[in-house]
Design a protein around this ligand. Structure first.
Ligand SMILES: Nc1ncnc2c1ncn2[C@@H]1O[C@H](COP(=O)(O)OP(=O)(O)OP(=O)(O)O)[C@@H](O)[C@H]1O
Ligand SMILES: [Mg+2]
Ligand SMILES: [Zn+2]
Length: 431
């Protein structure tokens, strides 16, 4: 916990108002409005270091509530799991700030649920996506206060899930698809999506290919050499995330319909270049891969085949962390012009170990031809998975850099130095 600020529980002021912002499958997120002079009592006597008591802790934050679903756990338990398992693995600046809020006797949940129901009326002019109707907030005494990553004007938010940044340890030798591409092929997802191994490759062409797909740009964009002009444009939109694809882009003019545009705008090409440069050098992405691979070195199939080994509980804990970090969201704020890009991870809910059987089942299915590429069309990336383009995991011409294929820790990959440095801040617990 070296880098992570001590925890405090905030008590919800009675004069707060919350406005629906967005929702995923398991949580609803609200923007908040609290008068600036609110005196916010805090449980416990730990004062966050560097935080002025006069600072409004609600400023620049959102409220996140869990939905009433069998898959969600009480917010207090979920927060403790996050604090103990995930937060220590990252420098605090890599994660959105998350704090526990006690709702007290505010009846806020009831108020918000009434609003969610009202938003489903046919006459309602509501941003609530139809496929989310019928599920409401759990009657939980806590919610979470999280950093608002909505971009300021003159910036754009790119939001995406980097998914599995290394091949699955359960995949058979010679696999032609990574875990993410194999699952996409299995699901028959025809919408082109990026391969995570492209995104984290040390080859600029690979990264640009992934970035183009992530931004929903025309197929020609990654190789387009049109000279770039910078367009200052403050517009930014946060997609609602209703179907939660691996990548969500929120770049102006990105391709959201089924008719592929023939050419990218100069503004899009500029964003493409900036995203590519960021991904090529991002210590955050490399650290994420490092934790994913070191926490789960053997894979779920191996764990399930030797459940009574003495190290299995440590291995299961590692698997739980790795699976959590294979489903996080990157919030990347891209300022217009040439300012520095800022990234933080969010959607850090620790996965339930009750899912281990399901994870094992998926590996079994994918190993029946989807990893090997003998089943399914290459619908994912336009040129298929990074792994397939290398000629297979076992058949490549020597050491492949950086994508977890025979990768030695911190060697031969761009960003290896940063990985080493960050490892000192936190490697996988118990590994
Ligand atoms: N820190 C944030 N800043 C800005 N917007 C956010 C933030 N966190 C979440 N959102 C918005 O709210 C949506 C839902 O949030 P979140 O991903 O936490 O829900 P979820 O139910 O866990 O999603 P999933 O279905 O992926 O598990 C996101 O897709 C995003 O649009
Ligand atoms: Mg989630
Ligand atoms: Zn892939």
């Amino acid at each position: 916990m070296m880098d992570f600020p001590p925890d405090t529980i905030l008590e919800l002021p009675s004069n707060i108002s919350a406005t629906y912002l967005s929702e995923g499958a398991a949580n609803v997120v609200y923007s908040i409005n609290v008068p600036p002079q609110s005196n916010t009592p805090q449980h416990g006597d730990i004062q966050e270091k560097g935080e002025d008591t006069a600072t409004n802790p609600w400023h620049g934050k959102l409220l996140r509530f869990r939905k009433d679903l069998p898959t969600t756990t009480p917010t207090l338990d979920a927060h403790i799991a996050f604090r103990t398992s995930i937060a220590p693995l990252f420098p605090a600046e890599d994660l959105i700030d998350i704090r526990l809020v006690s709702l007290g006797s505010s009846h806020l949940i009831q108020t918000l649920n009434a609003a969610l129901r009202a938003a489903e009326e046919a006459s309602a002019d509501s941003p609530r996506p139809r496929q989310r109707h019928g599920v409401y907030l759990a009657d939980d005494p806590h919610a979470l206060l999280i950093t608002d990553m909505s971009p300021p004007t003159s910036s754009t938010l790119i939001q995406f899930k980097p998914k599995w940044l290394a091949p699955s340890p359960s995949a058979p030798p010679g696999s032609k698809r990574c875990r993410t591409c194999a699952l996409h092929a299995k699901r028959g997802i025809s919408k082109p999506s990026f391969c995570p191994l492209d995104l984290i490759s040390s080859s600029p062409a690979d990264v640009r290919r992934a970035a183009g797909l992530l931004l929903g740009l025309p197929a020609s964009a990654p190789t387009d050499s049109t000279s770039l002009s910078i367009t200052q444009n403050g517009s930014s939109v946060v997609e609602d995330g209703s179907t939660k694809p691996a990548a969500q882009n929120v770049v102006p003019n990105a391709n959201h319909n089924d008719t592929p545009p023939t050419a990218a705008t100069s503004e899009q090409l500029h964003t493409l270049s900036r995203l590519t440069s960021w991904a090529l050098t991002s210590p955050l992405l490399r650290h994420l891969r490092h934790i994913q691979t070191t926490c789960d070195p053997y894979g779920v199939s191996h764990l399930l085949s030797s459940p009574s080994s003495p190290s299995s509980s440590t291995s299961l804990k590692g698997l739980q962390i790795a699976m959590t970090l294979r489903d996080v969201t990157v919030f990347l704020v891209v300022p217009d012009g040439e300012g520095v890009l800022r990234a933080r991870l969010g959607d850090l809910d620790v996965k339930s170990l009750g899912k281990v059987g399901e994870w094992g089942r998926v590996e079994g299915v994918l190993g029946g031809g989807w990893y090997q590429g003998t089943k399914g069309a290459e619908g994912g990336g336009r040129e298929g998975c990074w792994l397939g383009r290398q000629g297979g995991e076992e058949e490549g011409e020597g050491e492949k850099e950086g994508n977890g294929v025979r990768e030695k820790e911190g060697m031969g990959l761009k960003g290896g130095k940063e990985v080493k440095e960050r490892k000192e801040r936190g490697g996988c617990i118990g590994q």
